[in-house]
Design a protein. Sequence first.
Lengths: 243, 82
Amino acid sequence: MCDSCGCGDTHVIPFDVHERMLAANDRAAAHNREHFHDHQVTAINLMGSPGAGKTAILEATARAMGRGVRVGVLAGDLATENDAARIRAAGIVAESITTGTACHLDADMVHHGLRRLPWRTLDLLFIENVGNLVCPAIYDLGQQANVVALSVTEGEDKPLKYPTMFRKADLVLLTKIDLLPALPDVRIETIEANLTAVMQRPAMLMVSARTGEGIAQWRRWLEGIGRIHTAPCASCAGAGVSV
Amino acid sequence: MHEYSLVQSLFDRIGAVATEQHAVAVKRVRVTIGDQAGVDPQLFQSAYEIYQIRTLCADAPLEIARLPGADLTLDSLELEVP
């Protein structure tokens, strides 16, 4: 009501907010991170294009880790539970987060997904994000490290075309390297130079889920991350191999 | 197309502020989208224009400030209050 005469007129006031648009997601991510820390679970947010080889890497990781390390996967996709089914067939626990139309996972979806997984008993939880090099990059999920899978067939300039994604990566897995003999024009040095141009701490490992090449180094990187699981943020987990 | 999810978060937050302040309408919305935020300002604007219909923000123009860096913030509102 109007202060002066009681006429009922409204008035317009400025109101400062100054808050991150993703503040609600940040709070949910901090909550997830606290859970992971309390139960000594190392959570990895695995991102990459559709077809970059994320699921194949997880299958190979399950085989490489053996029985000593308890591994689980939350796999995000718009539709189908195919990835989780593939990963379960490789012998590790996996559940799907079916996002419907959403092009990324957010911290709340992960929190809900955890309810269907015996995550407290795990050493290593992979959150396999929706295949997409754009949207997943800006959502914190509570992970300890971001890993981006980039296959050798995707083009050397992907890091330059999608800098936000690669800037957030603690490690890039260059996948499908068994295909390199069929790709004489792909230059590893160019990919490395492009990663160096955008990544905060350039780190890349070359792997083939099919032949197992590089999987031992990947396992060592994961073990390095696991030993420092109390690190407060993803970018602090710098146990990578410099490019 | 995460711009649509972001706009949804934005409207959730604006709704909470408007309720707190007993606002009858929002007259202006100011945000910052950094050039490294991973958000397309034009898509964000389109998403905003779709969402604002029949909300408290129906008549509120969106002002987007572009800055270097990865900032992605709701800066301020103009609220119509009794």
